[in-house]
Design a protein around this ligand. Structure first.
Ligand code: TXA
Ligand code: MG
Length: 339
């Protein structure tokens, strides 16, 4: 794979200067990779209708070819054009949440090359709620296939700097639009005759999806027949994980374990709100104190994990987040990071 320096373009999301995006548009048209901000995380984009370009995404990410990509579109009309079928639940969810952090899994149109969906008959579609991403989609005048812009299984990027460090010369252009707002990847919902199924929780609460789609939202495990294909390939593996040993730990255990930790270990700690006193007194290399509000916590989480990784921690202890619905996506990602 050719390693060269990526071209970095700074675009202010508050005042998008479309002319500055020209090199990114040219790169997409030329079949090259462009990293760009969305409201969730940075995406690693390629022309979704160009199979060779899409192949480069898998190569750059070291991602197994069976893992389907999300196709980003400029609006609902453009997204629908990529679907063979548009159930009424898809229509309702799209009106309620697009542009926004929702990916709809529907039957794919023949226009989508098989490499995009890893051979599946369905495709994930999303209209991102980010002025830079939308400007890029409009200027490119084609759908953009984009997974999160990180090496497979690692922590997703919420800043351009994370992309540069993780993928560097494997991407032609990085569009830097600052830190992302939500910080946690989109809610992935399959809509078919059985109703909505949440394949990956995101920051839209499950109850809101159910209310809009009309019907309870199943989880893939509810319908997991023995031998049936996995609903969302790639979701079963370890994911979203920093380098180093990472584990979930509650406050009491954190206090006890710190007291008995060897002083030559570099322990990194991530807490929900103020850390227990023992942490400040113990042999801790780095403490990340995140908000006890799930929205603010989500926004900060991946940047904190990137910092703990950068600090070279041997072990990362993450405080178990609260049990309520608003924390579901965060619990899901931390479970995969430590699983
Ligand atoms: O917020 C996001 O969703 C970000 C930004 C860049 O849009 N993208 C992202 O993409 O997180 P990725 O590739 O890291 O995760 C895509 C998820 C995977 O869990 C994949 O299995 C699922 O969506 N997915 C995509 N297409 C699918 C399909 N046809 N059927 C089932 N699951 C699918
Ligand atoms: Mg990802």
């Amino acid at each position: 794979m050719p390693e060269r320096r990526p071209t970095v373009i700074h675009v202010d999301p508050e005042r998008v200067d479309r002319d500055r995006l020209a090199p990114a548009v040219d790169a997409l048209h030329g079949g090259d990779l462009v990293a760009f901000p969305t409201e969730t995380v940075y995406g690693l984009g390629a022309d979704a209708l160009n199979p060779q370009a899409v192949g480069r995404i898998f190569e750059a990410k070291e991602r197994p070819s069976g893992h389907p990509l999300i196709v980003h579109a400029a609006g609902e009309g453009e997204a629908r054009a990529m679907a063979a079928d548009w159930p009424s639940a898809a229509s309702r969810l799209a009106s309620a949440f697009w542009p926004g952090p929702l990916t709809l899994i529907v039957e794919k149109s023949d226009r989508i090359p098989d490499v995009v969906t890893g051979g599946l008959a369905t495709v994930g579609l999303r209209v991102p709620d980010h002025p830079v991403a939308l400007a890029l989609l409009e200027l490119a005048e084609r759908p953009i296939a984009a997974p999160s812009a990180n090496i497979h299984t690692r922590v997703s990027p919420t800043r351009a700097e994370h992309v540069r460090r993780g993928l560097g010369g494997r991407v032609a252009v990085i569009v830097d639009g600052g830190a992302t707002d939500l910080g946690i990847e989109s809610t992935v919902v399959r809509v078919d005759d059985d109703g909505p199924t949440i394949l990956r929780p995101g920051m839209i609460p499950r109850s809101e999806i159910a209310e809009v789609a009309g019907g309870a939202t199943g989880s893939p495990e509810d319908s997991a027949d023995a031998g049936a294909p996995r609903a969302s390939p790639g979701m079963a593996d370890k994911h979203y994980a920093p380098v180093g040993r990472t584990r979930l730990i509650d406050r009491t255990e954190m206090r006890e374990q710190i007291a008995s930790a060897a002083s030559d270990e570099a322990i990194g700690v991530l807490t929900v709100g103020e850390p227990p006193e023992a942490v400040e007194a113990g042999p801790v290399a780095r403490v990340e104190v995140l908000s006890d509000d799930p929205g603010a916590y989500g926004e900060q989480l991946y940047a904190a994990l990137h910092r703990l990784e950068e600090a070279g921690c041997d072990e990362i202890w993450i405080e178990v987040p609260p049990a309520d619905e608003r924390w579901e996506a965060i619990r899901d990602r931390l479970g995969r990071a430590t699983g």
